[in-house]
Write a protein of this length. Sequence first.
Length: 301
Amino acid sequence: MSLFSFLGTLEIGFIFGLVAVGVYLTFRVLDFPDLTVDGSFTMGAALAAALIIAGINPYVATVCAVIGGAAAGLVTAWLNLRFNILHLLASILTMTALYTINLRIMGKPNLALITEPTVLSPFQSLGIPNMYLKVIFVAVVVIAIGLLLAWFLKTQYGLAMRATGANPRMAQANGIVINQKIFAGLALSNGLVALAGALFAQTNGFADSTMGIGTIVVGLAAVIVGESLFNSRSMLVIVVSCIVGSLLYRLAVSVALNADFIGFNTSDLNLITAVLVGLALILPHLRREWKARKAANGGEA
């Protein structure tokens, strides 16, 4: 793997670390399977690209992208809570609608940002080569957001959100407004995913209407890989594990695609993803079986 390819892998790994953290919020914290992220990732990219091309400051455009993603999450929560639509179906409905909405926002299937200013533009005068600058920038942003999220989940509001997902009846009995926490959690999750989409569009120079397909699988893969490596209840460690899981997942995919002796092509990405996620799910199960067998045999391997 070349240096350029390695840095590109790190860049995408950090960006999808935000997706992994967002997916963790819904799937693990709120126990709310949310497929909206496939649409909110594209919405973040579409809004940021369209506004930048329209002459809006890239940072303002990025904030608008986050707000758009959060609004998508609110729609899913509203469909589920107000009309009692199953969470999976509610998120699929929102995701499906977002495909058309994103096309409307962009006006065409894809937009190019090669010649447009981005969030990286103010730092290009520092003289740092662009391939290093992109990795450093996204790493700082993702790590800072990860630390803020870990802190938030340990606050009183964050603990109430975690209680909502762990035991909604008990949470409600203790005076927690669970619907409010679900609305907030889905908005925060999809806002983070939209931010990832906005950063992806600006660092890679384009936004495409199909770029969000499979985002939920990548996010889940990162969460599962991180959980398999880090067994901790500390929110800081858990958030970091999501980011590390995303990096390891992207590195594994990149190695598989660049290893000539394996013979994978870029069209085999979905197969590689399925294999990696499968291994991440199977290995912890095999490890528990091995430990149980060892304990049953009196500590002998």
